[in-house]
Design a protein around this ligand. Sequence first.
Ligand code: 5AD
Ligand code: SF4
Length: 456
Amino acid sequence: MDDTSKTVCILTFGCQMNKLDSQLLRGELARAGFAPEDDPDRADVVLYNTCSVRQHAEDRVLSRLGAHRRRAMREDGFVLGVIGCMAQRLGEGLRRKFEFVDLVCGTEALLRVPGYLRQIIAGHGPVVDVRQDGPFHFDRTPSVRVSPHRAYTSVMRGCDRFCAYCIVPYVRGREVSRPLEEVVEEVRLLAADGAREVILLGQNVNSYGKGLGGVTLADLLARVNEVDGLARIRFLTSHPKDMSDAILDAVGGLDKVCEYLHVPAQSGSDAVLRRMKRGYAAAEYRDMVDRARDRIPGVELASDFMVGFPGETDADFQDTLDLLREVRFQQSFVFKYSARPGTKAAEFPDDVPKDVKMERNRLLLKAQEEVDSGRRAAMVGQEVEVLVDGPSKADAAKLSGRTRQNDIAVFRGPDELAGRLCRVRIVDSTPLTLFGELLRARADHRDAENTERRQL
Ligand code: 5AD
Ligand code: SF4
């Protein structure tokens, strides 16, 4: 069998950046003659694109790998690979633990995956490549994206912040921003292929531009805002310290940039924030929220929070609860601290007991749910703009989409509205979903263009 008839299944763990890397690699593999396969049991090649951010994320992959042992031992042609953050972190160690893993490929070696697979298939034995030799760039296959109407674009990789708990700077390396024109061109390609919303990705996206001679995220947003056919722009994930007024003004002033900021606070306690090396006190975070609300009418903020960081007391945790309730986030992602070997925080005793971490996790989620139901109930009667994804998963007779503030909205309407902007009046809500009725499909950019063409 030659490698052109080999099928590859990529299983992805971790953040949006990983999801994007998997998509880009799928495009690259297709160009190299490999065929995609969704079912790992049927694929000739199974690749795990992995995450190291918490021990739990690694454990899930490690147990899945174990389950491939029999097939890997018995079947000659079967290739098993581990790529991405955990591959970067564990390197050779992964093959010592699982000798049947054929390929271990780190975060900066992804472009070399197709070549390595060919070598392995040709019988040249296993490969481990965790070289970190700087920026690399996949040629974008525009049609390979998260959904027909939505696409991720990587604008920078790596992180220079070194928060005490975080493995990312070690596994993803230093910050490298992509040239502005290159990003704009990629967004043009995506929009020309039908993407209506683009999500600009970076581990620390609002510090975009380092090394590009004075270019900032605000400049990039202004340029991407001009791309024809595109209806919406979002960007993820921001650091509170890098949220300049210029960026906030760009979000407030540019019509396509959604009024939604994902800016993890992590904690509401100054003592914990200091030990986390976050670089701000809770009051500065609150100030950033005030600046955002002053400059961006209707803005909503989302946050990540970590519970059980070393030394976190009940009083520290109370400060976090207070911050969450006071800001009334649109969404909060809550994580239990887990020590990552090699980070600064791993030197501190992991002294918050597991059951206390679990209880704080529960309490924070409960507080967020209270915010959620209050916030969404208060939206009943309002008119919102929804970008329609397609039929709702819960009820195929209805459509589902997102508001500019990233809330899920469900309403009745014809399937042809998928990918279109609609005006919807909210008539009901649950903690996580808005229910509405269709007022009209907005004559958005693309419709306006079609009208122009018809008139010509
Ligand atoms: N333990 C638990 N959660 C972590 N995060 C990052 N590192 C750790 C860790 N060591 C969380 C942070 C970050 C999110 C992506 O994961 O909240 O914002
Ligand atoms: Fe996980 Fe961080 Fe790697 Fe994303 S960058 S996959 S969150 S370790």
